[in-house]
Design a protein around this ligand. Structure first.
Ligand SMILES: [Zn+2]
Length: 185
């Protein structure tokens, strides 16, 4: 049974062999799956449980760290298309738009949003309003993690604290995450 995929009501094992773990129930000496998933046997604890294998996008909650792409910019608002939630990278988010208001970009006053973000930038942000999907980028780890040159669309490189285009030598500014260019969430 180990590692096999089961449906609710399928036998996972017997109570002689195992203790019933998560997402199982016991009836008549047998352990049954109460959900669809994969059987996992813990030999030390002699327990059998079912691990849910879901491709459903993760629920978005206040405090979650998410990554998205800038798809539009207004006077005082950046609009992101969300891609993933940190810790749930294998279950992409689709069709969720979130916003960063100019007052939530930094812990200090921001005058011009276009000095902070650019179209197509990849941004790491924290959810501060899960209902309206409002985001915050004031912490050190939050902000732009990848940016493109507004003139030629090359990847901007971080050089001595400044963003520079390796192709046309344009220099630009962003609200940078300390993880800029590292390719990590
Ligand atoms: Zn360039």
């Amino acid at each position: 049974m180990e590692n096999s995929i089961v449906l609710p009501g399928d036998v996972v094992g017997s109570t002689e062999e195992f203790v019933a773990g998560h997402d199982t129930y016991v009836a008549g000496g047998y352990i049954y799956a109460s959900t669809t998933g994969q059987v996992e046997i813990d030999r030390e604890r002699r327990s059998a449980r079912v691990i849910t294998k879901s491709n459903a996008p993760p629920r978005l909650q206040n405090g979650d760290i998410v990554v998205g792409e800038v798809i539009d910019m207004k006077e005082s608002l950046v609009i992101l298309s969300l891609a993933v939630k940190k810790g749930y990278e294998s279950r992409p988010i689709s069709d969720e738009e979130a916003t960063i208001h100019i007052s939530n970009v930094k812990n200090s006053y921001v005058k011009d949003l276009r000095q902070m973000f650019g179209l197509r930038d990849i941004v790491k942000a924290k959810i501060i309003d899960e209902r309206q999907l409002r985001l915050f980028t004031g912490d050190e780890e939050l902000g732009v993690i990848k940016a493109y040159c507004s003139r030629c669309m090359s990847d901007l490189r971080l050089k001595e604290g400044k963003l520079e285009c390796p192709t046309c030598h344009n220099s630009e500014t962003r609200k940078l995450s300390r993880d800029y260019g590292l390719g990590v969430i």
